[in-house]
Design a protein around this ligand. Structure first.
Ligand SMILES: O=P(O)(O)OC[C@H]1O[C@H](OP(=O)(O)OP(=O)(O)O)[C@H](O)[C@@H]1O
Ligand SMILES: O=c1cc[nH]c(=O)[nH]1
Ligand SMILES: [Mg+2]
Length: 210
C-alpha cells in the first residue's frame, strides 16, 4: 500500500500550528483547509496529462492539460467537510459525493448514516477527505461503499493517521493510496490519536473544546 507522509516544510509548519490546543475554531479551520490544499498538491502529482493547444496573445501555444479520468471528492461527514474548501481551491470543478459515517463512541465501530455519491465512479479518481485515520474503521467502510458503487481508483487525504489504522487499511484495501501530514504514535484507550488533534470534527465545527 502506498503511504505518503508529506514532509514538505509548509506542511510540517502548518501541522505544528494546527496541533496547538489554544487554536480558535477559525484558525483550526483555516489551517485544516490550507493543509488539505497542500496534501491535494501531493496526491495529484501523478495525474496524467495530454497535449493540447490554446490561442495565446501571439498565436497558438502548445500546452498540457489533465487527461481523461476526472476527480471526485468524497468528504466523510462531518469532519471531512473541513478539508473540502482547501481541496476545492485547487480542483474547483471537482464533483463532490458525500459519505456520512460516525464512530460509535463505545465500540469504535463505524456507523454509516448517509451516502450520496456522484455517478460514473469507474471513470474517476476518488479523493477521500477526512482529517483523522484512527482505527481505520470509518475509512474501510467508506471504501467498501465506493467500491460497491464502481470506484476503482482511490486516494485518501488525512491530516493525521495512526499506525493501527494504516495496518487495518492495508489488510482490507491495500490498493488505496494514503497521503497524510503525519503518521502519529498510537491510539489511546478511547481510540483517539496521540499526540493527534483531539476530536477534529468538534474543533472544525466548534461544537466542543477538545
Ligand atoms: O478511523 P476511525 O477509528 O474510524 O476514526 C476516524 C473517524 O472519527 C472521526 O469522525 P467522528 O466519528 O468523530 O464523526 P464527526 O466527523 O461527525 O465528528 C474522524 O473524522 C473520522 O471520520
Ligand atoms: O483522534 C481522533 C480519532 C478519531 N476522531 C477524531 O476526531 N480524533
Ligand atoms: Mg468527531
Amino acid at each position: 500500500m502506498k503511504v505518503v507522509e508529506v514532509r514538505h516544510p509548509l506542511v510540517q509548519h502548518k501541522l505544528g500550528l494546527l496541533r496547538r490546543a489554544e487554536n480558535s475554531t477559525k484558525s483550526f479551520r483555516e489551517l485544516a483547509a490550507e493543509l488539505a490544499a497542500l496534501l491535494t498538491y501531493e496526491a495529484t502529482a501523478d495525474l496524467e496529462t495530454e497535449d493540447a493547444e490554446v490561442q495565446g496573445w501571439a498565436g497558438p501555444i502548445p500546452v498540457r492539460r489533465i487527461k481523461g479520468r476526472k476527480i471526485t471528492l468524497v468528504p466523510i461527514l462531518r469532519a471531512g467537510l473541513g478539508m473540502l474548501p482547501g481541496v476545492l481551491e485547487l480542483i474547483p470543478a471537482a464533483k463532490v459525493g458525500v459519505v456520512g459515517i460516525r464512530r460509535d463512541e463505545k465500540t469504535l465501530a463505524p456507523v454509516p448514516y448517509y451516502e450520496n455519491l456522484v455517478g460514473g465512479l469507474a471513470d474517476r479518481t476518488a479523493l477521500i477527505l477526512d482529517p483523522m485515520l484512527a482505527t481505520g474503521g470509518t475509512l474501510i467502510a467508506t471504501i467498501d461503499m465506493l467500491k460497491a458503487a464502481g470506484a476503482t481508483r482511490l486516494k485518501g487525504l488525512f491530516l493525521v493517521a495512526a499506525p493501527e489504522g494504516l495496518r487495518a487499511l492495508e489488510a482490507a484495501h491495500p490498493d488505496i493510496e494514503v497521503y497524510t501530514a503525519a503518521i502519529d504514535e498510537r491510539l489511546n484507550g478511547k481510540g483517539y490519536i496521540l499526540p493527534g488533534l483531539g476530536d477534529a470534527g468538534d474543533r472544525i465545527f466548534g461544537t466542543r473544546i477538545a
